[in-house]
Each structure stands twice: as structure tokens, then as C-alpha cells.
Design a protein around this ligand. Structure first.
Ligand code: CA
Length: 247
């Protein structure tokens, strides 16, 4: 590891925020090692071995980071990335390339990869590069949503209630973001579980109940009402604020 990388590792280890990561890698040993490292840092990791399946998953699931190998069965990493960018999906993507293949790297960057790493790689460098990408604000999410006294800043992943910061752990924030994004719609509890915990994580519907309970407590009664829809899931609605009548 050279000095620049060492500095990068030091700088980026200061702040660790757990995120949801999709790893697309067809080498099971490498995938296993990467998954372990990322999970040890508290991240939720979904693993796909096949490019076409990964591409399908990316169409309806949101991730904070995609780690994408180039040589993959059915659809290669370049194909997965170009489909993402064509859809307007700007999820930060770290490409894994064969060390010698300059052409692959150039292709990947031209198509909108955020960074690349040649195989074989040093895990400390891999983690440092992931951290840099995870901390980069997402261009497409630079909006602030307001619901009465509640305000959500998607870019900063911060919420305030009555102008006071709401200290929300990452999953509670993600839950709030999903509920606010589908205001007035019933959201299936299993879908919430998938989006919050990843397909292979322990969590599931019972954990969703726990997080909804916590979020209700933090929000109180004057911004967002989160109702339980028996046997289905949850419904979030804006709480009507009493309007001033002018005679
Ligand atoms: Ca491969």
C-alpha cells in the first residue's frame, strides 16, 4: 500500500455510516471475502453472481453503492452499468477490473463508473475507496421535502422536526425516507423489510415493526401519521395542520 492510499484509508476511516451495498461478483471466494469485510463495517450487503439478475434487481431496488465486476455471466459489468446510467440511475459504482485491462477501465469510466479497482486488490484500499463513494452526495437526490413541521434533506440524509434536528439512526432515516416517498400508499411490510435489510440479512417483518414503533415515537403526532394496515403493511399520511380561518 503506497503512502497516498495509506492517507486515504486513515482519512476515510474517521466516519463509518452503515449503507446498503450490492456486490456483483461471480467468483464466490472473492465475493465471500468482500461481503465479510463490508458486513464487519456494519453495511448491508446483497450479493449477485449474474449480471442479468443484478441488472433486474437494480431496476426496483435502491442501493447506496454498487461494487461491480466486469467479467460476469449473461450480462457483463459494462452492460449492467450502461443500463443503469441509461435509466438515470446514478448510484455510485465501483468497478472491479483485471489489472492489465486498460480498455475495460476506460470503458467503465466513460460509461459513468465512479471509480475502479484492479484485481487482485488490497482490502484496505478496497474499503477506503468504498467509503469515499459512500460519502459522496448523490446528485439526483439533492432535494428537501417538507411535510408540515417535518423536513427531509435527501442529500444530507438529515431530518428536522419543528426546525430541530431529528437524530435518526440510519435505518430509521431510511424507513422515514421510504414512507415519505410513498405518502398515501400502503407499503407492503415484506417490501419494507427488503429495502431496509437486504435479501440475505436477518431482519424481516418483525424488525420492521420495531423500527416503525421507534419512528412513531420520535415523530410524535403532528407531522406524519404511520398507520398499520393489518396483514399488509403500513400507510403514512401527512397530519392535517389546523388551518387559520378568515371569517
Ligand atoms: Ca468475474
Amino acid at each position: 500500500m503506497d503512502e497516498a492510499v495509506a492517507r486515504l484509508v486513515l482519512w476515510t476511516s474517521i466516519c463509518e455510516i452503515p449503507m446498503r451495498i450490492l456486490l456483483v461478483e461471480d467468483n464466490p471466494d472473492l465475493a465471500d471475502a468482500v461481503t465479510r469485510r463490508l458486513r464487519r463495517s456494519g453495511h448491508t450487503v446483497d450479493w449477485e453472481q449474474d449480471g442479468l439478475r443484478a441488472s433486474g434487481l437494480l431496476e426496483y431496488e435502491r442501493f447506496d453503492l454498487v461494487v461491480l465486476d466486469i467479467g460476469l455471466p449473461r450480462l457483463d459489468g459494462i452492460g449492467v452499468l450502461s443500463r443503469m446510467r441509461e435509466r438515470g440511475d446514478a448510484t455510485p459504482t465501483l468497478m472491479l477490473t483485471a489489472r492489465a485491462d486498460i480498455e475495460d477501465r476506460v470503458n467503465a469510466l466513460d460509461l459513468g463508473a465512479d471509480d475502479y479497482l484492479g484485481k487482485p486488490f488490497d482490502f484496505r484500499e478496497f474499503e477506503a475507496r468504498c467509503r469515499v463513494l459512500l460519502r459522496r452526495p448523490r446528485a439526483q437526490a439533492a432535494s428537501v421535502v417538507r411535510i408540515g413541521p417535518l423536513s427531509l434533506d435527501h442529500a444530507a440524509r438529515r431530518a428536522t422536526l419543528h426546525e430541530q434536528p431529528l437524530e435518526l439512526p440510519r435505518r430509521e432515516y431510511s424507513l422515514l425516507e421510504i414512507l415519505v416517498g410513498q405518502l398515501g400508499e400502503v407499503i407492503d411490510k415484506q417490501e419494507l423489510a427488503n429495502r431496509l435489510f437486504g435479501f440475505h440479512d436477518v431482519g424481516g417483518p418483525n424488525a420492521v415493526e420495531l423500527y416503525v414503533g421507534r419512528l412513531r415515537k420520535r415523530l410524535g403526532h403532528d407531522a406524519l401519521r404511520i398507520s398499520t394496515v393489518r396483514g399488509v403493511g403500513y400507510l403514512a399520511e401527512a397530519v392535517e395542520t389546523p388551518a387559520a380561518h378568515d371569517g
